[in-house]
Design a protein around this ligand. Structure first.
Ligand code: SER
Length: 315
């Protein structure tokens, strides 16, 4: 098969920065076009400025670069989303519908849409949460991603678009910082541990959430996009699991490497958001359909995070 020509929206975000590099390593630098509304991240060239609501510009970039696949990552996360619900709905949902329409109009091969554990809500069973469960999300971010999944399923059924989607757990990586999410603490805690040997956590000690380390989430994303069409039996978000832990447990893992690290707790409005999500995920469908299997445990991730962050921060 010929190399795909890929466009990434939201390429300056936490996941986008790393995914862009990985896809370039796989398919060649010039075959992966990074786009974002934030043009301040270095090293993303070839890069095109893109406001996701500007469909004219999106169409032009796709045509200019003969794009065949889109990874549509541009979105506002859960905590930021609560500060401006209507704007978040507009970016997250209308942004997606615009992308889907252009994919349909121009006949692109394939599109990736990231969903999230934020689609779950207080009516969802909290442990080993199955694929098809009641979804009554509490945040506008979760609402927009739930509706987004339905639109993806609809465009596949109605127009045959080849859409692939994963419900990401909280993503942890040393390469980039998350912005405006509820799971951000699990990245910040490593920075705090290394720079100050302490961290004040905005979630309470026993709040268990599904999480995933960057190499696993990147592998899973590329894996689902490379899978043969017939392997993909769900055209809305696949449940994806790796690890689940609480702030107390990640702190204990860090203490094994940095014994004098101290965590304190000062829960804020994000506690309520986290409490509405599930604790652990049943991802048997992803394992069966496209051979998903993560590599990292909490302690293995901690060792790797600390090793790389030390180098990055010159510590
Ligand atoms: N990491 C996201 C958030 O916290 C969840 O998908 O908003």
């Amino acid at each position: 098969m010929e190399n795909p020509k890929i466009l990434i929206t939201g390429a300056a975000g936490q996941l986008g920065q790393v995914l862009t590099q990985q896809l370039r390593a796989l398919y060649g630098n010039d075959n992966v076009i990074a786009t974002d509304i934030n043009s301040n991240i270095e090293g993303l060239a070839p890069f095109e400025y893109l406001d996701i609501l500007n469909l004219e510009r999106l169409r032009t970039i796709i045509q200019d670069h003969k794009i065949t696949q889109i990874y549509h990552l541009a979105a506002i996360l859960s905590a930021s989303g609560e500060r401006n619900p209507a704007f978040t709905w507009n970016i997250n949902l209308n942004g997606l519908i615009g992308v889907l329409d252009i994919v349909k109009e121009l006949g692109l091969d394939r599109i990736f849409f990231p969903s999230t554990i934020a689609v779950f809500g207080n009516t969802t069973p909290r442990e080993q949460t199955a694929q098809d469960v009641p979804l009554l999300p509490e945040t506008v971010y979760g609402m927009s991603k739930t509706a987004g999944e339905l639109w993806c399923n609809y465009y596949h059924k109605k127009y045959g678009l080849d859409i692939r989607s994963i419900r990401y757990p909280g993503v942890i990586g040393w390469q980039s910082l998350p912005e405006g999410g509820t799971t951000d603490y699990a990245v910040e805690i490593y920075h705090g541990a290394l720079k100050e040997k302490k961290y004040e956590c905005f979630l309470s000690a026993h709040t268990r959430l599904p999480m995933i380390y960057m190499p696993d989430v990147i592998n899973g994303t590329i894996q689902i996009m490379q899978a043969p069409k017939e392997a993909i039996t769900l055209r809305y978000g696949y449940n994806l699991a790796s690890m689940s832990f609480t702030p107390e447990e990640i702190a204990a893992s860090i203490k094994k490497e940095i014994p004098d690290f101290e965590i304190t707790y000062k829960p804020d409005f994000r506690q309520e958001i986290a409490a509405s999500w599930t604790e652990s995920i049943d991802d048997s469908k992803a394992r069966k359909d496209w051979n998903w299997s993560p590599d990292y445990t909490l302690d293995k991730m901690t060792k790797d995070m600390i090793f790389h962050l030390k180098q990055n921060l010159n510590l």
